[in-house]
Design a binder for this molecule. Structure first.
Ligand code: TH1
Length: 835
């Protein structure tokens, strides 16, 4: 308030208000001005990178004007806001998306062309914002795009990691990790040094003065203080003025805490060490997907981010001078997995310790504010924090967690008297040495809605990991919101030719805002020329990927071969091992064939990509097997191009934009019941690729929407997994599938390099009891791949499947998902913008 311009002067300001550029000439003027003044460069040293910077800064100016207006408008409207708390936002590149969403791409293309540049080269200069591991972080990014596109007043809150997900290099066939320092030039963020919040760690809880009700207050004090600085990123909606905010926190030493005493007394290095300790908090993204490592620094990150965000949210609410009980009418906070669960505890602490609210009143507000999204059932991914760790780092929060748990268990006891085992099972505190806190349970207890991310997954959590909580809270607290993807990035931006062709048939680009409009395409499945154009676009995308592969690996692949793609984090449950075993099996068959038989085979290019967590040895072994198979197969003259195996290094969002449009078939073959949803399955189908997959996650709903005849399903069902695992562990005569045996024999015979390299992988199938059931699904997998070959021979039939599938993909828009969250969980309305 103090910083605002006095009323009488505001008219002067308004007359001078910055205006957006319009048209090519004004755009060019802005680019040149930024290159010459902001960057201090000239016609003598303007390379692609300088042109990128100039273009980004010009586009940014328009974005910022929309953003400021949106924020002011939302403040005036004073509606309920959504806050999406996520430790990961896997945004990828911004420039292209910003141009498309603001409708400036054609202007920019022509504009830079006259200045001597190609827009594609400029776009290609940008470093990905890779603040995420995989699906969970990319989902958060897609949701931000939809929230803005649908005009919801929404903020994302996350961490501004100095290092995003590591860059993957393949050295001698093995993964190596290189740090991803991405902040050298980031025009998309705005530091808000005035938004600085002190966050405390460690310290002790001491008795304080009595409160209004005569109770002795608990005072948390004497801890170490770190400052959170806000960095804001504008999030433009597609075809709307609405531009939302993503606020990322960066850590630095607090002004009061930074030890100038040490500095002045000559301990310069000591003072720098303190500074580095503070900065370490937001230094690096933990590179684990679906794994909980339980590290103290990770807990520090979580509290730092959650405390800063809540402070900010509460401060914003307080400006409206409403009574506290209206907090849940103004604020909806969504917890992206359990990573921000401490937000529940922190809000309760703010209410009872700082705002002096009675416990029950506070708790009722807290639970009406939060929603929790679960993204995994894998036991190794469920967060559990050791009690001694929390006791030391956040002593007051531990007390509050104990109280939350106590009151919860008392209510359970009232509802189910004398069921001691139930109390043990649902307690937030798991007994053991040490005791651990089950964060998912805390998230459930502190939220009014809990959702899974695909139907099967939402059913599974109710039937398994959260069953007791369904009995306690009733089934209505648990719901499903099937994931979605933004068609703006994943169709219009990644595959402009396909987007244009679709627009020419469905009556313009409205389908990008209402994806169900794609269904009009079904009318054209019989249209010969349309089909031809459709398949030409697919081929062009394959040619583009083939060129990328050639440029980066020196390996030539045939764009007319069947492109079979599996790109995602490397994980045993995702079963890249089954894919590569299938490739080996195919290779062995090809080797046995006569030249005549070989001529009848469909040539195939098996493409893999994905990062392994740095400490995940099995995943790294799988990568090594893939690259080793490639080394053998790609050079085998007898095979003569009938099979190629490619590993694409450093899979990320911008590479996905090249890869996704280029698939004939993509693989989504997780052990049934393990992949909560998957979202790349949706991206591939939306781009006219077919799927080979298991009955898992969103594959099931994709099948329901597009029809069984348009998908290649394989393997055992989720309901049989438990039995099959039991058989592997305790069954008497479990024999490995003979086809898989043959593959293992080839590996053990050293056909892909020293057999010891893969001993762990082979052992996982035998003495490891084949936990992911590769043996059980392998023959089905191989047989289904044969069906894929057969189907591919009929190119016309293939095109029919491809078009029909795309026409039926409307459901998988992230817009649909966001509208479901808005209606069923957040109870928020879109903002109305003046026309
Ligand atoms: C993923 C799920 O594995 C995937 O199936 C789902 O589509 C995606 O979330 C979005 O819902 C997950 N990623 C993580 C990452 C961490 C912890 C748990 C999960 S679940 C760090």
């Amino acid at each position: 308030v103090e910083a605002s311009i006095p009323q009488p002067l505001r008219e002067t300001w308004r007359k001078l208000a910055a205006a957006e550029f319009t048209g090519k000439e004004q755009f060019q003027k802005e680019v040149v001005r930024h290159v010459e003044t902001t960057l201090a460069r000239s016609i003598y040293n303007c390379d692609d990178n300088a042109a990128y910077s100039g273009t980004a800064l010009a586009i940014r100016d328009n974005l910022v004007i929309k953003w400021n207006k949106t924020q002011q408008h939302q403040t005036l409207q004073d509606q309920k806001r959504v806050y999406y708390l996520s430790l990961e936002f896997l945004m990828g590149r911004t420039l292209d998306n910003a141009m498309l969403n603001t409708g400036l791409k054609d202007t920019a293309r022509e504009g830079v062309s006259e200045l001597g540049f190609r827009i594609e080269d400029i776009i290609d200069q940008e470093h990905d914002a890779a603040l995420g591991n995989g699906g969970l972080g990319r989902l958060a990014a897609c949701f931000l795009d939809s929230l803005a596109t649908l005009n919801y007043p929404a903020w994302g809150y996350g961490l501004r990691y100095r290092y995003g997900i590591f860059k993957q290099e393949i050295i001698n066939g093995f993964q190596a990790e290189v740090p991803d320092y991405w902040l050298d030039f980031n025009p998309w963020e705005f530091p808000r040094h005035d938004v600085a919040i002190d966050i405390m760690f460690y310290g002790t809880v001491n008795p304080g003065p009595r409160d209004d009700r005569g109770n002795i207050k608990k005072v948390w004090e004497g801890g170490e203080i770190v400052q959170a600085i806000a960095y804001d990123v504008p999030i433009p909606g597609y075809g709307t003025a609405c531009t939302n905010n993503l606020r990322l926190w960066s850590s630095k030493p607090s002004g009061g805490e930074f030890d100038f005493g040490k500095f002045n007394s000559g301990d310069y290095e000591g003072s720098i060490r303190d500074q580095q300790r503070a900065e370490t908090i937001s230094a690096v993204l933990y590179p684990n997907d679906n794994i909980d490592a339980g590290k103290e620094l990770r807990l520090k990150q979580q509290y730092f981010w959650v405390a800063a965000s809540l402070h900010d949210i509460v401060r914003r609410f307080k400006k409206s001078h409403r009574p506290w009980k209206e907090f849940p009418d103004q604020v909806a906070i969504q917890l992206n997995d359990t990573h921000p669960t401490l937000a529940i505890v922190e809000l309760q602490r703010i209410f009872i310790d700082i705002e002096n609210m009675p416990w029950d009143e506070a708790w009722s507000i807290v639970t009406r504010t939060f929603g929790y999204t679960n993204h995994t059932v894998l036991p190794e991914a469920l967060e559990k924090w050791s009690v001694p760790l929390v006791q030391n780092l956040l002593p007051r929060h531990l007390q509050i967690i104990y109280d939350i748990n106590l009151f919860f268990l008392q209510s359970v006891e009232r509802k189910f008297p004398k069921d001691r085992d139930l109390l043990r099972r649902v307690s937030v505190v798991e007994e053991g040495t040490p005791q651990v806190l089950r964060m998912a349970y805390l998230a459930i207890i502190g939220s009014h809605k809990v959702n899974g991310v695909a139907e099967l997954h939402s059913d599974l959590i109710k039937a398994t990991i959260f069953k007791d909580f369904v009995d306690i809270f009733g089934t209505d607290k648990f719901t499903n919101v099937t994931n979605g993807i933004t068609p703006r990035r994943w169709l219009h931006q990644a595959n402009p030719k396909l987007s244009d062709l679709i627009a020419s048939k469905v009556g313009g680009y409205d389908f990008l805002k209402d994806l169900t409009k794609l269904n009009v395409l079904e009318k054209f499945v019989g249209d010969k020329t349309f089909k031809k154009e459709w398949m030409e676009i697919k081929l062009a995308a394959k040619v583009k990927l083939a060129k990328y592969i050639k440029d980066t690996t020196q390996i030539a692949v045939n764009p007319h071969s069947l492109f079979d793609i599996q790109v995602k984090r490397i994980h045993e449950y995702k079963r890249q091992q089954m894919n590569i075993f299938g490739v080996i099996y195919r290779y062995l068959r090809l080797k046995e064939m006569t030249p005549e038989e070989r001529k009848k085979q469909v040539p195939r290019t098996s493409i893999f990509g994905g990062k392994a967590a740095p400490g995940y040895w099995m995943a790294k072994t799988i990568i090594r097997l893939i690259t080793a198979v490639g080394e053998v197969v790609n050079q085998d003259e007898e095979i003569n191009g009938l099979l190629k195996v490619i590993f694409i290094e450093d899979y990320n969002v911008s590479k996905a934009e090249i890869i996704v449009p280029a698939s004939d078939i993509s693989e989504h073959i997780s052990t049934a019941g393990t992949e909560a949803s998957g979202t790349s399955n949706m991206k591939f189908v939306l781009n006219g690729g077919l799927i080979i997959g298991t009955c898992d996650g969103a594959n099931i709903e994709i099948t329901r929407e597009i029809g069984e005849e348009n998908i290649f399903l394989l393997g055992n069902l989720a309901e049989h997994v438990e039995d099959l695992r039991h058989q592997h562990r305790f069954g008497k005569d479990v024999v490995m599938d003979p086809k898989l045996r043959e593959v293992c024999d080839a590996i053990e015979a050293g056909r892909f390099g020293p057999e010891q390299t893969y001993s762990g992988l082979i052992a996982s199938l035998t003495i490891g009891f084949d936990y992911y059931l590769v043996s059980d699904d392998f023959s089905s997998y191989v047989a289904t791949q044969d069906l894929v070959d057969e189907a591919y021979k009929d190119q016309d039939g293939w095109a029919t499947k491809s078009i029909t599938s795309v026409a039926r993909m409307g459901f998988f828009s992230a817009d649909r998902a966001i509208n479901e969250y808005a209606d069923e969980i957040w109870n928020v309305e879109p903002t109305k913008f003046p026309a």
